[in-house]
Design a protein around this ligand. Structure first.
Ligand code: GLA
Length: 387
């Protein structure tokens, strides 16, 4: 949809024009998976697609939520903004953001008519929920004049996800949505929130996102299980070495203390995290040196570790990645995001893309009975005002 079409849709919904429009993108993570809530490094980039919010004040003392992507409409009194709605209502994502502003002492005395539209495929592991949280936080920050910085807005979005969606995610998705920059990836230390924007200039190589169309189920509890298993590994390591996060350990330090993790599952989870943090550092260094082949190999190793040690891949993601590895001109391919379905991300030489789509698509359908979708990712800007 164009901005003009969105404006017309708003007028059709509320019989008046929108006064403000904001945008926040989805993201694709190039490497550094399940490291963020372990205090490690991640390397995501913002996509050119995302979520728009259109708003104007109303005289009703109500917050009205509509979305062009969802049928359900919600109309809430200003006194109803601190508790989640039942039955996994989509409005919990923006509502959770309102609740965070209230928690931070901002009193909401003005009603708004709100309309969302997004073009991040939902359930694809490309952070459609983070885009909705960040665009809401960005809009409220502007409208209320609260002066929060982008990192605060990312934290507000993460808190909304924890408290209103029940997913104990890390900061990566919301941070990438807030801080993205066209043609750059964000090398983020999730412990200190220090980051560098690294140019992704890939001569003749494209970032291809492939959707399994097997929805990931972040709220199914498997994600929170991983968070708990990592916490257990930290607790067991603490019997011989005080650390707060797994990512504090280098590979050689881990080799010396890993025997303290007596829980076998927690041990494998920790092994993934420590290895993935090192791979992420190595991958960013390789990219900065123009060694894209090495970057690709590290992506493949990341997938294998997520498959064997972290166990968040499954038939759909494994089929896509393993089919991609066989195609000439593919530098690397791995699952991206939380896992359990969703998307892979691949680096593919431009001239090999038609072959890639044909071979990977055919093998995927043969093994799963589903049809995969392929997008050539454009790396876009983070959250911003549109009108
Ligand atoms: C989801 C979470 C992120 C991160 C990834 C895995 O996208 O929201 O915080 O943990 O999974 O890297």
């Amino acid at each position: 949809m164009t901005i003009d079409q969105l404006k017309s849709a708003y007028e059709a919904a509320y019989q008046k024009p929108a006064t403000d429009i904001f945008f926040a993108p989805g993201r694709v993570n190039l490497i550094g998976e399940h490291t963020d809530y372990n205090g490690g490094f991640v390397f995501p980039c913002a996509l050119s697609f995302g979520t728009y919010i259109l708003l104007s004040k109303n005289e009703e003392q109500k917050i009205n939520f509509r979305s062009l992507n969802m049928e359900a409409v919600y109309s809430l009194e200003l006194t109803q903004l601190s508790e989640p709605l039942p039955n996994k209502a989509w409005a919990n994502y923006p509502l959770g953001v309102f609740a965070q502003f209230i928690k931070r002492g901002i009193s909401i005395t003005q009603g708004y008519d709100i309309l969302f539209w997004g073009n991040v495929p939902a359930g694809a592991g490309l952070s459609s929920s983070a885009a909705m949280e960040v665009v809401t936080a960005y809009a409220l920050n502007e409208l209320f004049g609260t002066g929060y910085g982008l990192a605060d807005l990312a934290k507000i979005g993460r808190a909304a996800e924890h408290e209103f969606a029940g997913v104990m995610c890390g900061i990566m998705d919301q941070f990438a949505s807030a801080h993205g920059k066209a043609d750059h990836a964000i090398y983020l230390n999730c412990d200190t929130l220090e980051y560098d924007l690294v140019p992704v200039k890939l001569d003749g190589v494209k970032v291809v996102v492939t959707n399994t169309h097997s929805p990931h189920h972040l709220d199914s509890g498997s994600f929170n299980d991983r968070v708990r298993q990592c916490q257990l590994a930290v607790e067991q390591l603490n019997t011989i070495r005080p650390i707060q996060y797994l990512a504090e350990l280098s590979q050689s330090e881990f080799d010396q203390v890993e025997h303290a993790i007596v829980d076998e599952v927690a041990h494998r989870r920790a092994r993934h995290v420590v290895g993935e943090v090192q791979r992420t550092k190595d991958a960013v260094e390789a990219l900065q040196q123009g060694n894209i082949e090495k970057f690709g190999l590290l992506m493949n190793q990341s997938h294998i570790s997520l498959r064997d040690d972290y166990e968040v891949t499954g038939l759909h993601l494994d089929t896509l990645a393993e089919a991609a590895w066989k195609v000439d001109g593919v530098l690397g391919s791995r699952m991206t995001g939380g896992g359990f379905g969703g998307c892979t991300v691949s680096l593919v030489r431009e001239d090999a893309i038609p072959m890639f789509i044909e071979q990977v698509g055919a093998e995927y359908t043969e093994k799963t009975g589903l049809v995969a979708d392929f997008y050539i990712a454009e790396i876009g800007d983070g959250a911003h005002r549109v009108l």
